[in-house]
Design a protein around this ligand. Structure first.
Ligand SMILES: Cc1cc2nc3c(=O)[nH]c(=O)nc-3n(C[C@H](O)[C@H](O)[C@H](O)COP(=O)(O)OP(=O)(O)OC[C@H]3O[C@@H](n4cnc5c(N)ncnc54)[C@H](O)[C@@H]3O)c2cc1C
Length: 377
């Protein structure tokens, strides 16, 4: 008889986790009242271990690198169980500095990236414009990162959802309130029994901080929403493609990215703020102005939407990923890298559940590292 995994949360982390448990031979139950409605719905989808390298984030770098390496195989395997597109593209990324100060910022980043032993190649702006004629001639500095790829998070999450359902996963459209060793308690009062040999994975993004019953004392997960405004536009057919690579960098010190999609749309993002969950007019204005400064053709596009998503942030920007008691795994807090880290997070959850040795250690992601009390039931 196959083992059973109950996965709470149907964002990219939960869905990829469902998929990998099925790959490992588990029967899967997904619990989520509204899958793909959280951060995953809003995300840019850059798989960018190099451009996203953060100062003083040494423990994050190996996780991002391994997850990026896992992606081609994950995409291939998901494609064996669904015909839905993923928007996965491997043309790479150009990192740009818009003015002289941004150029200096980029020079420092290039040095830091090289010191971290990651691949980045400075280009002349002339060469960059030969590669991407849609780039503005006013840009002062460019570097190519061929290994930073992208996918469309909404498409990929739908593909994962289709794949896991087509392989027999059960989906319970309800919210979880409690987790005890015997059962997962739903807000309706119903309970989903957990077999003694089964595993529960709490992958509910920010929602994980409201689910109780599995610890004593204060909630051990210190999750906070870090909001990001993001814009989508459609490129008129005559101008397609505006670019083939992801274009990202700095305009007057503000970060900006422009992600071309297969369907002729472009995603422009993203802000990072902790005040209000609603799209902010000034932020949308800045994003559009900066994107036009970098890729002027964006001025000719059709506006589709501006949304604001909440990244599940942790105090040290590392996820919470680990076993908290036998049969219960926490997998949340992926902050600004959850699309990239989904491949590793899902694989690690299966390794943790089955006692396999992980190729990349996730010890730094211990879910109790910020807890006042470490006593769990
Ligand atoms: C604007 C923006 C841009 C981003 N760009 C990138 C990027 O380019 N690259 C990258 O790697 N990352 C990016 N991210 C980060 C990434 O989106 C997140 O880290 C990732 O989506 C987190 O996935 P998740 O599955 O943990 O959470 P979510 O996607 O938030 O999903 C959580 C799920 O849990 C469900 N849930 C909540 N509570 C309960 C409950 N009680 N019971 C059952 N289910 C529940 C919700 O319905 C939801 O479906 C971006 C984020 C934002 C906001």
């Amino acid at each position: 008889m196959s083992q059973h995994a109950v996965v709470i949360g149907g964002g990219i982390i939960g869905l990829a986790t469902c998929f990998e448990f099925q790959e490992a031979g588990f029967e899967v139950t997904l619990i989520d009242p509204d899958p793909i409605s959280g951060a995953t719905h809003h995300a840019g989808g850059m798989l960018a271990p190099t451009a996203e390298v953060q100062y003083q984030q040494h423990e994050l770098v190996p996780l991002m690198r391994e997850s990026a390496q896992l992606y081609p195989d994950l995409i291939r395997r998901v494609g064996q169980h669904t015909d839905l597109p993923t928007g996965y593209r491997t043309e790479g990324t150009l990192l740009i500095g818009a003015d002289r100060a941004d150029g200096q910022h980029l020079t420092e980043l290039i040095d830091y990236v090289k010191a971290a032993d990651l691949d980045i190649e400075p280009l002349t702006t002339r060469h960059a414009r030969q590669l991407e004629p849609g780039l503005s001639p006013r840009i002062v500095k460019v570097a190519a990162i061929d290994g930073d790829h992208q996918l469309d998070p909404r498409l990929f999450a739908r593909a994962l959802y289709d794949a896991v359902l087509s392989r027999g996963a059960q989906h319970i459209r309800e919210a979880v309130e409690t987790i005890t060793p015997q059962a997962v308690g739903l807000t309706s009062g119903k309970r989903v029994a957990v077999e003694s040999t089964g595993v529960v994975v709490l992958a509910a993004g920010l929602g994980a901080a409201k689910i109780t019953g599995w610890f004593d004392g204060e909630h051990p997960l210190q999750l906070r929403p870090v909001y990001g405004d993001i814009v989508r536009v459609r490129v008129p057919e005559a101008l397609q493609p505006l670019t083939n690579r992801v274009i990202r960098g700095f305009v007057e010190d503000r970060p900006i990215y422009v992600i071309p999609r297969d369907d002729g749309t472009v995603t422009i993002g993203a802000t990072s703020r902790e005040d209000s969950p609603h799209p902010r007019t000034s932020a949308i204005h800045d994003l559009l102005r900066d994107a036009i400064r970098v890729v002027p053709g964006i001025e000719e596009t059709e506006f589709l939407e501006a949304t604001c998503g909440a990244r599940p942030g942790t105090p040290d920007d590392l996820p919470y990923l680990g076993v908290v008691r036998e049969g219960l795994i926490i997998s949340t807090g992926y902050f600004r890298h959850g699309i990239l880290l989904a491949a590793l997070g899902a694989k690690s959850a299966v390794e943790l559940a089955t006692g396999q040795e992980a190729s990349t250690s996730v010890a730094a992601c211990n879910p109790f590292r910020h807890a006042a009390s470490t006593i769990n039931v």
